[in-house]
Design a protein around this ligand. Structure first.
Ligand code: NAP
Length: 433
């Protein structure tokens, strides 16, 4: 891959983009069947992946490197340096179930643009769409051995993959537990970890409540809450909490749970029965500790009802643990200071958002939160435009994003030229007085 001219690498990726676009419906149907996504959400993921391929190819400029003149420092007066990006070699791309196409594309395409090879380990819950993408790359002319996919339980194949010396970088999107295990086995490899989150929405007393309730619900319920950027705690200032709850409940009537193949349904099942049982345990725990169950609260098979909990107490597990289910967890607070303090208490630091009509409140809250990303007046969203995303604390290491990913998937080499032997190097002139 390193020896294939960049223009040819880009040509292959461009062909792959066209093949994928021509077979878009196969990707949509696969996401619908193996991940339980609604058609709207599956189509959104395919379009976002196609867009990511295009943007990443266009961003290839970020591998160009840098020229640094030497005459800005006494000790490099007669020199200059070229800082070049080099491919790392083989990169392990380990991906989660919730965006089984986008998260593979967001790792594989920048890795290939930068001249690396990849070994993809997709989620065992929905690995087929990753195999489809690999097939497309093969058809587009990627050389044999440059794109590899291994399936199998992470706990079995994962350990062997991440501890191999031939792997030079691991980019993993998944839970914090798996991230920590991988980090402990990786040794001297570059690590990029996109891990769990406990996104907060802070609703200030001066917020546009109609907007806040609509966006909060979307942030909690889209893909049944199985998103790292999902809102999983809602801190509402007491002064507006009753009105906010009324709007939230009214808004809920537009969400329909059911077979995701029916266009009238906006929410489908959770990924597997264990996920439904885990969310049920979190909801039951919160109810037993005194919260008010406003709507939902039960599951049948993998289908979990859209659920609203009010007045969730501080000690409830759902106030601290990642929910990954369709639950709106409302916690009433006295003021914004309390909301900031509770948000920052979390072991996670991925995404949060704040709803307010005051620029000063927005500035104060966004600066104070220990998150990788904070959104004002909208639910958080990953992988949009050229914006970088990634977490702090237990939410990960590094940033993903179009140019940011390419950057992470190269290493820098500094090549220094000494011009003095040829008499070309600058020497210091004594300034004339
Ligand atoms: P997961 O259980 O951690 O699995 C993620 C990937 O790691 C899967 O491919 C899994 O394979 C593999 N794996 C498991 N054990 C491994 C090991 N010992 N070595 C190497 N790989 C191993 O996560 P998930 O349930 O699929 O996804 C949900 C999680 O991902 C949530 O915590 C969510 O917050 C996080 N996530 C974070 C972001 C972000 O941007 N920060 C984005 C999306 C999701 P198997 O499936 O075969 O076990």
């Amino acid at each position: 891959m390193r020896d294939i001219p960049a223009i040819d690498r880009i040509d292959i990726l461009n062909k792959a983009r066209h093949i994928m676009r021509d077979n878009k419906e196969d990707f949509v149907d696969t996401l619908l069947l193996e991940a339980g996504k609604t058609r709207t959400s599956a189509t959104g993921e395919v379009m976002a992946s196609l867009n990511r391929v295009k943007m990443t190819m266009e961003e290839a400029r970020s591998v160009f490197g840098e020229y640094i003149p030497g005459d800005w420092s006494e000790d490099t007066m007669a020199k200059f340096a070229l800082v070049v990006h080099e491919p790392l070699g083989a990169i392990a791309c380990i991906t989660p179930f919730n965006y089984p196409l986008f998260s593979v594309a967001a790792k594989v395409i920048p890795a290939l643009v930068a001249g690396n090879t990849v070994v993809v380990k997709p989620s065992s819950d929905d690995p087929i769409v990753a195999l489809l993408l690999a097939r497309v790359l093969e058809k587009a002319g990627i050389p044999g051995g440059a794109v590899n996919v291994i399936t199998g339980q992470g706990a079995m194949v994962g350990d062997r993959l991440v501890s191999r010396d031939q792997i030079k970088m691991i980019t993993l999107t998944g839970s914090t537990g798996v991230g920590k295990r991988v980090a402990s086995l990786a040794g001297m490899k570059k690590l990029h970890l996109e891990l769990g989150g406990k996104g907060a929405a802070i609703v200030a007393a001066d917020a546009e409540l109609a907007l806040a309730s609509k966006k909060v619900l979307e942030g909690c319920l889209k893909y049944s809450g199985q998103r790292c950027d999902a809102i999983s705690r809602v801190f509402v200032e007491e002064a507006v909490a009753n009105r906010f709850m009324e709007l939230l409940v009214r808004e809920l009537s537009s969400w329909k749970l059911g077979d995701p193949r029916k266009p009238s349904n906006s929410m489908g099942p959770l990924i597997n029965p264990e996920a439904a049982a885990r969310v049920q345990a979190l909801v039951d725990d919160a109810i037993s500790k005194g919260c008010k169950l406003v709507r939902g609260g039960k599951h049948k098979g993998c289908y979990f009802e859209p659920t609203i909990l009010d007045n969730v107490p501080h000690g409830a597990r759902i106030a601290a643990e990642e929910t990954f289910g369709p639950v709106v967890t409302v916690i009433r607070v006295k003021n914004l200071n309390e909301a900031i303090e509770l948000t920052n208490e979390s072991r996670y630091g991925l995404d949060s958002c704040v709803f307010t009509n005051s620029f000063y409140t927005a500035w104060r809250v966004t600066k104070a939160l220990e998150e990788g990303s904070v959104t004002v007046n909208d639910a958080p969203a990953h992988g949009v435009g050229y914006f970088p995303f990634g977490g702090n604390k237990d939410s990960g290491i590094g940033r993903e994003g179009v140019g940011y990913s390419i950057d992470e998937m190269t290493r820098l080499k500094t090549i220094q030229f000494n011009l003095a032997p040829a008499g070309l190097g600058k020497t210091r002139q004594t300034p004339k007085m």
